[in-house]
Ligand binder design. Structure first.
Ligand code: ZN
Length: 462
């Protein structure tokens, strides 16, 4: 029984999908105007764990992740400039070039962390007609109004506003509002922004030339692919109070009922106990980590050792000790791969149950990794344990198989062994089987196995 913490109730709930055996889920993806830092990456490690654990439980997934390539303003409060447009100006490239460059790097990063990619990747600029239709639907429902700079959602028309953020519309807020914008309420948000002629990304609409607001993108894309009701929506906790609150308002106003059953949020990744910032120079990317000797999987392992709902403090000392732990895990797995011992069936079953209980308890990956360590340390070195780790790795995605742990095992055969292999090959050519066997035993006693096949002689460290 899988339990997940639903942000709508802030409680762990038993997960029950709308359709038996199938999960429909949407994950807020990146705005591809710059390099994604490791704080962004934590959200995708979380999505990966969720997807893998759902699959481990036998569910099939229809997943969507968006790529925002227009409409995300520098402030979530509907002011500032479009991040994509701004990056294009700075780098003297077109917004499309910016999106394809940083989008490409983003997916390279995900693949390097062995992230299980969603079935559907949607680009905002490919869904403009659906966004316009969505806004028209809201307009028909009486949820919108038009002012100088765009079409806005009227939060006071949506009685359930504030489910995620616990914002109370009746209270007065000292929100910063541009003087020339006459919003009816500080929480009202743009659905469609009118733009100046020199704006590169703009589309015609029933209200005038402009571009979509950021929140409407996610609603239109999730609705287009997943329909009127879907199971899970994920995102970073920084999206909870504005972006997701506004998505709920749009979705539920448009459809006339609750659209998403479970909202899941991963917590922040802090650096040196603070927020990452460009001015502090600590917006690290996976590439920065690699330059200091930590692989993308070292970073993933570091993330998995903290529950997704808790904040993580990243320091280079912390990832260093985590990477040492990851290495000792891999060393133990190798010992079991080469082990000749036996482990009782019911003991294996009990480890499997403990692992499953951990991941199904709101994706408790730190506990699951702990259970795996206990098994690896405590049991006779045995291939059966190695095989069970391979099963566990379907939920973790840490590439714990022998070929990933020892990618260079064939190349790293010492010269002394290679010389013996050559002698043995020579003996085989001369059909001196006795000598060939004797040499094979010597090689074996030095810790290497020799296998002959059509492709040639294969040497492996035992
Ligand atoms: Zn979103």
């Amino acid at each position: 029984m899988l339990k997940l913490t639903n942000s709508l109730t802030d409680r762990k709930e038993v997960f029950t999908p709308i359709n038996d055996g199938e999960v429909k889920m949407y994950s807020c993806g990146p705005t591809v105007y710059s390099y994604q830092h490791i704080g962004n990456m934590r959200a995708y490690v979380f999505v990966d764990s969720l997807r893998r654990i759902l699959k481990y439980n036998g569910y099939s997934i229809k997943g969507v992740m968006n790529v925002t390539d227009v409409g995300h303003l520098t402030s979530d409060e509907d002011d500032g400039e479009d991040k994509m447009e701004l990056a294009a100006q700075k780098e003297k490239k077109s917004p499309l070039e910016i999106a394809s460059f940083y989008g490409g790097l983003f997916f390279d990063d995900l693949r390097s962390m062995n992230v299980d990619l969603p079935e559907n990747i949607t680009y905002a600029t490919e869904f403009i007609p659906q966004m316009i239709e969505f806004i028209q639907g809201l307009e028909r429902g009486g949820y919108t109004y038009i002012i100088d700079d765009g079409v806005y959602f009227d939060v006071q028309k949506f009685a359930a506003y504030g489910q995620l953020s616990e914002k109370d519309l009746s209270k007065t807020y000292s929100a910063r509002i541009e003087e020339n914008i006459k919003k009816h309420h500080p929480f009202d948000f743009a659905l469609w922004k009118f733009v100046e002629d020199n704006h590169i990304m703009k589309w015609p609409s029933p209200w005038g030339v402009g571009c979509p607001g950021w929140h409407i993108e996610c609603s239109a894309m999730s609705h287009s692919i997943l329909g009127d009701r879907f199971d899970i929506h994920t995102g970073g906790i920084d999206h909870r109070t504005v972006h997701h609150e506004d998505e709920i308002a749009q979705n539920d106003a448009f459809c006339g009922h609750q659209v998403v059953n479970y909202w899941l949020h991963n917590n922040f990744l802090l650096v040196d106990n603070g927020k990452m910032s460009k001015s502090l120079g600590n917006c690290y990317t996976l590439k920065d980590l690699q330059e200091k000797g930590f692989s993308p999987l070292d970073f993933k392992y570091f993330c998995l050792n903290t529950h997704y709902g808790k904040s993580i403090n990243f320091t280079f000392d912390a990832i260093k000790s985590s990477a040492l732990g990851f290495n000792s895990l891999k060393k133990l797995i190798l010992e079991h791969y080469n082990g000749q011992g036996k482990v009782e069936e019911d003991k294996l079953k009990s480890y499997e149950d403990k692992f499953l209980n951990a991941i199904n308890d709101d994706l408790n990956t730190p506990l699951a990794i702990g259970e795996m360590f206990t098994m690896l340390r405590g049991e006779n070195r045995s291939r059966a344990v190695y095989d069970l780790v391979q099963k566990f790795d379907r939920a973790l995605g840490l590439r714990l198989d022998i070929d990933s742990i020892m990618p260079q095992r064939e190349e790293s055969v010492p010269e002394e062994i290679m010389a013996l292999i050559e002698q043995r090959n020579e003996a085989r050519v001369q059909k001196n089987w006795a000598l060939s066997d004797e040499l094979r035993d010597r090689i074996l006693s030095l810790g290497y196995s020799v296998k002959d096949s059509k492709e040639g002689t294969k040497v492996e460290k035992i």
